[in-house]
Design a protein around this ligand. Structure first.
Ligand SMILES: N[C@@H](CCC(=O)N[C@@H](CS)C(=O)NCC(=O)O)C(=O)O
Length: 245
C-alpha cells in the first residue's frame, strides 16, 4: 500500500520529502509514495478530508495503511523507526539525535516561523506594532543559531559524523535565513553546514517535490514581489540589535 503524504512546499513539508529521498539514498525501498499538494492559500488544510487526517489542520500529514501520523518531526521519527538506517540509530545513540529533533520542533520552527511571518506576511499591521515581536523573535532566532553553531563545532553534521533526522528537521528552517532575515553570516559552522546539506542529492530531490527546477531555491519573481513588502522597513537586520549577548 502506498504512503500518502499530504503536504506543501514549506519548511515543515520539505522535512518529510527530504526524509523519503534520504531513505532512498541509503538504499531503502520505501515503496510507492503518493504526494498530494495541499494549497494553503486556498485553505485546503481546513477541508473535511484533511481535518479527518490531521485535526491540527496543518501540513504535513502522512497516512501509512490505517495509521495517520501528524507533526513533521514525529513523521521523521516514524519513518526512521520503520526503516532503520543511519538517519536514526535505534540503539542508545538515538538519544544523541532525538533531543535535537525535539529542539527544532519546540524552538527553531516556531521562532523562525514567527520571525518570518512578521518580516514578510503582515503588510496590513502597522510597523509600530511589529517592532517588539520582530526584535524578540530575531534575538531568539540569533540565540538559537548560536546554539546550533556551537553544537556543530567542527562536525560535518548536527549530531557528529552521521547525517541524521536532526539535520533534516533543522535544515528547511535555517536555509531560509535570508528570506526570514535572520543573520547567520557570523556563524561559519552554520553557513558551511547549510551548503553541505544543500549539496546532498536526496535534499535536492526532496526540495523539488512538485516545484519547477528554477524555483527550487527561490520563489518566482512574481511571487516574491507579491510578498516582499511585508515588514521590510523594520525587519532589516541592520536596524535590529543582532545579538542578545
Ligand atoms: N508543528 C507542525 C507545524 C506544521 C505547520 O505549521 N505547517 C504549516 C506550513 S509550514 C501550515 O500548514 N500552515 C497552514 C496554516 O497555518 O493554516 C509540524 O511540524 O508539522
Amino acid at each position: 500500500m502506498a504512503l500518502e503524504l499530504w503536504t506543501s512546499p514549506t519548511p515543515n513539508g520539505w522535512k518529510v520529502n527530504i526524509m523519503i529521498e534520504e531513505l532512498i539514498e541509503v538504499g531503502i525501498d520505501v515503496g510507492p509514495v503518493e504526494v498530494r499538494t495541499i494549497d494553503l492559500m486556498k485553505g485546503e488544510q481546513f477541508e473535511d478530508d484533511f481535518t479527518e487526517r490531521n485535526p491540527n489542520q496543518k501540513i504535513p500529514t502522512l497516512r501509512d495503511g490505517d495509521r495517520d501520523v501528524i507533526e513533521s518531526c514525529a513523521i521523521l521519527q516514524y519513518l526512521g523507526e520503520k526503516h532503520p538506517s543511519s538517519l536514526l540509530p535505534l540503539d542508545e545513540r538515538k538519544w544523541d539525535v532525538l533531543p535535537w529533533v525535539y529542539w527544532q520542533a519546540a524552538n527553531v520552527g516556531p521562532v523562525f516561523g514567527n520571525k518570518l511571518s512578521y518580516t514578510r506576511y503582515m503588510d496590513d499591521v502597522p510597523d509600530i506594532k511589529k517592532e517588539h515581536p520582530l526584535e524578540r523573535f530575531n534575538n531568539e532566532a540569533l540565540r538559537l543559531v548560536r546554539v546550533l553553531d556551537g553544537k556543530l563545532g567542527d562536525n560535518p553534521w548536527v549530531c557528529g559524523d552521521e547525517f541524521t533526522i536532526a539535520d533534516i528537521a533543522l535544515y528547511p528552517w535555517i536555509r531560509g535565513w535570508k528570506w526570514s532575515k535572520v543573520n547567520i553570516t557570523n556563524r561559519p559552522a552554520v553557513m558551511e553546514w547549510v551548503d553541505r546539506v544543500r549539496a546532498r542529492p536526496g535534499v535536492e530531490r526532496g526540495l523539488g517535490y512538485g516545484i519547477p527546477k528554477e524555483e527550487i531555491d527561490q520563489w518566482s519573481a512574481e511571487r516574491k514581489a507579491r510578498t516582499a513588502k511585508g515588514g521590510s522597513t523594520i525587519a532589516d537586520n541592520e536596524n535590529i540589535k543582532d545579538s542578545i549577548e
